[in-house]
Design a binder for this molecule. Structure first.
Ligand code: FMN
Length: 262
């Protein structure tokens, strides 16, 4: 193994965070989260076991930045202050076992897993090919509410003792991806139409998060490079999206750009 992947068990660095090895546990929704939408012991233990097993970097599955962001009823409410004590317990457990730990934040938009009670926010009123619930075309004040939600939630992540924050930027699902997508975003205002307009909301989120967490806190953006569907974007658009995020000084290829030995 170490001959084939000579760097796998060597330390790396993302920004100012030193990671003991190159093994990253990607975010995946567990449905373990407790019914009160805060971090509970079973959830902490699930990740602590991975840390004990030697994972270098754990990225916790996506958490809601507003009530409308939830993709399922058990989603963690990252936008509520009451999550912070559980966050602190979780980050210190990971650190106790030598792992670094980030949290992923997202707004599920209309790509929800179950039918939630809330309205499903979207750039344009339409159903998604994989999720046939109806949607609400977002008003400007809805967009502002979500931008603020991302910033508040990111602040809670930092206060919770985590090493970094990650967002679903133009990921495989989520609201920000729907705004970037020429298929889902058919708006006629400043948030739709041209590439610059479709990137406006995601970039507002990036700037709001950076302001909330300060210049040194590690912050990444997950991007799907090619949607591999007849209606999705391809790799050329994917590269443009990464470049647009990268020009902000954040995300896109941040993992590669800052991952150095030492
Ligand atoms: C049950 C499940 C939940 C997931 N939840 C998330 C998530 O919250 N955020 C995210 O960015 N990706 C999520 N993913 C995608 C994974 O991070 C990963 O990209 C995907 O599983 C492909 O990697 P693999 O081939 O190693 O499974 C999820 C995947 C699964 C199977």
């Amino acid at each position: 193994m170490s001959e084939k992947f000579p760097h796998l068990f060597t330390p790396g660095r993302i920004g100012n965070v030193k990671i003991p090895n190159r093994i990253v546990f990607l975010p995946h929704y567990t449905a373990i989260e407790n019914d009160d939408n805060t971090i509970q012991d079973a959830y902490i233990n699930y990740f602590a076991e991975r840390a004990k097993g030697g994972i270098g970097l754990l990225i916790i599955d996506s958490q809601a930045v507003t009530f409308s962001a939830k993709m399922a009823t058990k989603y963690i409410h990252a936008y509520e202050e009451r999550v912070i004590p559980g966050y602190r317990k979780m980050s210190s457990e990971a650190h106790r076992h030598g792992s670094k730990i980030f949290v992923q934040l997202s707004h599920g938009g209309h790509t929800t897993l179950t039918h939630p009670p809330q309205l499903l926010y979207a750039p344009t009123q339409m159903s998604e090919p994989c999720c046939h619930y109806n949607t609400k075309e977002m008003e400007i004040e809805d967009i502002k509410e979500v931008v603020e939600g991302f910033a508040t939630a990111a602040k809670h992540v930092k206060e919770g003792g985590f090493d970094g924050v990650d967002i679903k930027g133009a990921s495989h699902d989520g609201l920000l991806r729907s705004f970037i997508s020429p298929y889902f975003n058919r708006r006629k205002d400043e948030y739709g139409g041209s590439f610059e307009n479709r990137m406006r909301f995601p970039l507002e989120v990036v700037h709001a998060i950076r302001e909330a967490v300060g210049p040194d806190f590690v912050f990444g953006v997950r991007v799907c490079m090619d949607e591999f569907t007849s209606w999705g974007y391809g790799s050329e658009e994917g590269k443009k999206i990464v470049r647009a995020f990268d020009e902000t000084g954040e995300g896109g290829c941040v993992w590669d750009r800052h991952a150095e030995e030492g």
